[in-house]
Design a protein around this ligand. Structure first.
Ligand code: TXA
Ligand code: MG
Length: 355
């Protein structure tokens, strides 16, 4: 059975942290909040524990997991050497929503790295994650605490929804702050390459590593290989999701007209939009509007709000039983919108309407 322990997100209860740390040290599976999404932790140097972790998530063995530590001082035994860029980046962005891929040492089990010669490492900033890692005093392998291919969990209830009965413990520290996963930067190659955009933006990273580049999504030859886990369909609600891109006004018009069509055809429709879209979405007209499940994530100018509510909206719409989801793009081509767009495109799995 899965126990749920409530913890204060800013001053986590010592007994709860001690119990969770003991569970991890003994090879158990513990879900805990980070500032990005909830992670599902296992002792990273305990092969059996890592295998149980993959089994609980239904995660394929070829998708490597991130190792979490409480301080950069703990990474030496895990890597084959710490590149200068790692020190520069860590000094600025750790603890925080950033993961660094480096050459690994032989101490890290193959199960963690999916047989790659690199390991991904992150020092999270959330007080509960930090306290847990410090108390456990071990490196903790932790993918997002969702079933494989489901949206990442941003609340303990999402973890329960996916993993109840499959893991030992959940530390419930309330909703996570950022809502989308960390930026993954590969430092095992030149130039440093962003494999997965996240809450630490390329503009922020460029300030300390000017040469950093974004992995180009279609580049399969020569250049950076994509992050292995990014090959799969990911971050998806159950209902097929269609993403509308291009001129915002035209895109929204098209979205609304497609949603109305879907309603005519007996579909149950969900829409994910910005507050500014309220007027256009109302164009669906009564009484139809009442049949549409609309989730307004926040102002289109408030990207942190959009990011923090995106996965919850996907899960909510699934729970509401919709059969089609329509989402307008929030892309501006820069900042946090790059990560939001990346997740939406993956969730759409090719169903993209460009106007
Ligand atoms: O914010 C986050 O990163 C959350 C929290 C829990 O820390 N974790 C997370 O883990 O999103 P996961 O397993 O869902 O995603 C890990 C990503 C995958 O895209 C995986 O392919 C990539 O990191 N990754 C892990 N090890 C790698 C490696 N050695 N080389 C390249 N990519 C790697
Ligand atoms: Mg994940």
């Amino acid at each position: 059975m899965t126990d749920v322990l409530r913890v204060d997100p800013t001053r986590p209860d010592r007994d709860a942290i001690a119990r969770a740390a003991e569970c991890l040290r003994a090879g158990g599976l513990v879900a805990f909040p980070t500032e990005t999404v909830y992670g599902l932790g296992a002792h990273a140097l305990d092969r059996e524990a890592v295998l149980r972790l993959f089994a609980a998530k239904g995660r394929p063995a070829h998708d490597p997991v991130i190792v979490h530590v409480d301080t950069i001082d703990r990474i030496d035994p895990l890597v084959a050497g710490v590149p200068d860029a790692a020190l520069t980046i860590a000094a600025r962005f750790w603890p925080g929503p950033l993961t660094l891929v480096m050459r690994r040492s032989s101490k890290v089990p193959d199960e963690v790295t999916a047989g790659l010669d690199t390991v991904a490492i992150r020092v999270p900033a959330h007080p509960v994650a930090a306290a847990l890692l410090m108390a456990a005093a071990i490196p903790v392998a932790a993918p997002s605490a969702n079933l494989f291919s489901r949206p990442s969990p941003t609340q303990a209830a999402h973890v329960l929804e996916d993993l109840h009965g499959r893991i030992d413990l959940i530390l419930d520290g309330g909703p996570t702050m950022l809502g989308i996963e960390s930026t993954v930067v590969d430092l095992s190659r030149e130039p440093p390459t962003i494999l997965r955009p996240g809450a630490t933006t390329i503009e922020m990273l460029r300030e300390v590593v000017p040469a950093i580049v974004m992995r180009s999504s279609d580049n399969t030859e020569g250049g950076a290989a994509p992050s292995p886990g990014l090959l799969a369909k990911h971050y998806s609600p159950r209902a097929p999701l269609t993403l509308y891109e291009g001129d915002p006004t035209t895109a929204l018009e098209r979205l609304v007209s497609d949603a109305a069509d879907a309603l005519e055809h007996g579909q149950s429709v969900g829409i994910i939009a910005a507050e500014e879209d309220w007027y256009a979405v109302e164009g669906l007209g009564n009484p139809k509007l009442q049949l549409v499940e609309v989730r307004f994530l926040g102002s289109e100018h408030d990207l942190p709000a959009i990011a923090s509510r995106l996965y919850t909206a996907m899960r909510d719409l699934d729970a509401a039983g919709v059969t089609k989801i329509f989402v307008r793009s929030f892309s501006t081509g820069e900042g946090l919108s790059v990560a939001i767009d990346d997740r939406l495109r993956r969730a759409a799995a090719g169903r993209i309407v460009r106007v």
